[in-house]
Design a protein around this ligand. Structure first.
Ligand SMILES: Cc1cc2nc3c(=O)[nH]c(=O)nc-3n(C[C@H](O)[C@H](O)[C@H](O)COP(=O)(O)OP(=O)(O)OC[C@H]3O[C@@H](n4cnc5c(N)ncnc54)[C@H](O)[C@@H]3O)c2cc1C
Ligand code: FES
Length: 274
């Protein structure tokens, strides 16, 4: 493998479309050249915002050759991305990482906040493989939700959409974990897929384990290189790298991690409680 391949074939892309998903979140769409690879749901790109930073972003849309990333502004790089104009240039590397394994049974997909982004892509892939899908979309308040209108239009096409908000401003009032338990009282599922705040995912993992439901979760850790060089995304105690060995982990692999649901590391490598 040459150096260019190792670091994810860097390329410049020009943003072709920007979609407002709510007051703050934006989806940026751009065409990408992929030589020998498809993009799979759960994979991510390293996005270089010129003069600012190089940050990981999940793929929320893959409609070849167009790729979408869905960005919540939290700091300098993500604010620059959500302020991007059409026709502006970005630097892209990837796709990186492993991916969700879409299965065709009764599936419960649970997204929290901006964690819904990679699940959008997954849900469409699950529909292609014939899964019976319940998509639980959770956020703190109704105005933090994304893709609700899009998926409400899919109702009846093998996708049941459920909403939960912490404050009850839309759908079920309560945490995503409470909403998932509520759904599990009325239905059986073979597998649960999730992405979102890690404490939410850890709670869902406990619920899934108690009921012997298969589990796949996408983790976030601080990433500098995105491609296995820097070690900033290593997990305790296995030393697995979220950028190479993840970001998607099965329940069996999560059970081996001391830090899942408890802590992560900042840019200096220091532990940070979740
Ligand atoms: C695999 C993966 C996929 C992601 N997908 C998405 C997505 O689809 N949409 C989205 O809005 N966000 C996503 N994120 C989170 C996103 O990368 C961070 O919000 C972003 O890097 C913050 O950068 P900033 O300069 O805006 O904020 P900063 O002020 O620099 O940081 C804000 C917080 O973001 C986290 N962060 C900062 N830099 C990084 C980094 N290089 N790697 C990981 N975390 C970082 C830190 O916890 C920090 O506290 C993803 C993260 C990972 C690891
Ligand atoms: S981000 Fe550098 S090794 Fe994972």
């Amino acid at each position: 493998m040459d150096m260019s391949q190792l670091v994810g074939n860097p390329q410049s892309v020009r943003v072709s479309k920007i979609i407002s998903d709510n007051e703050r979140v934006r989806t940026l769409v751009f065409p990408m050249r992929l030589t020998d690879k498809e993009i799979q749901p759960g994979q991510f790109l390293m996005v270089w915002v010129p003069g600012v930073d190089d940050i990981p972003m999940s793929v929320s849309m893959w409609n070849p050759p167009n790729v979408g990333i869905t960005v919540l502004p939290v700091g300098e790089a993500t604010q620059s991305l959500t302020a991007t104009a059409e026709r502006q240039w970005l630097g892209i590397r990837g796709p990186f990482g492993n991916h969700f394994d879409p299965q065709s049974g009764r599936v419960l997909v649970v997204g929290g906040g901006i964690g819904i982004a990679p699940l959008r892509f997954l849900v469409y892939r699950l529909r292609e493989v014939g899964a019976d899908i319940t998509f639980l979309m959770a956020a703190r308040t109704a105005k933090n939700l994304v893709f609700v209108n899009e998926f409400s239009k899919q109702a009846g096409k093998k996708i049941r959409v459920k909403i939960a908000t912490d404050d009850g401003s839309a759908g079920f009032k309560g945490l995503a974990t409470d909403a998932a338990e509520d759904l599990l009282r009325g239905a059986d599922f073979d597998i649960m897929y999730t992405c979102g705040p890690e404490r939410m995912m850890a709670g869902l993992y406990r619920i899934a384990s108690q009921r012997r439901i298969q589990f796949q979760a996408s983790l976030e850790r601080f990433m500098k290189c995105g491609c296995g060089i820097c070690g900033s995304c290593a997990l305790d105690p296995t030393g697995e790298l979220v950028c190479l060995d993840g970001p998607v982990f099965t329940g069996e692999r999560l059970a081996q991690l001391n830090e899942f649901g408890k802590y992560c590391r900042d840019s200096t490598g220091a532990r940070k409680a979740l």
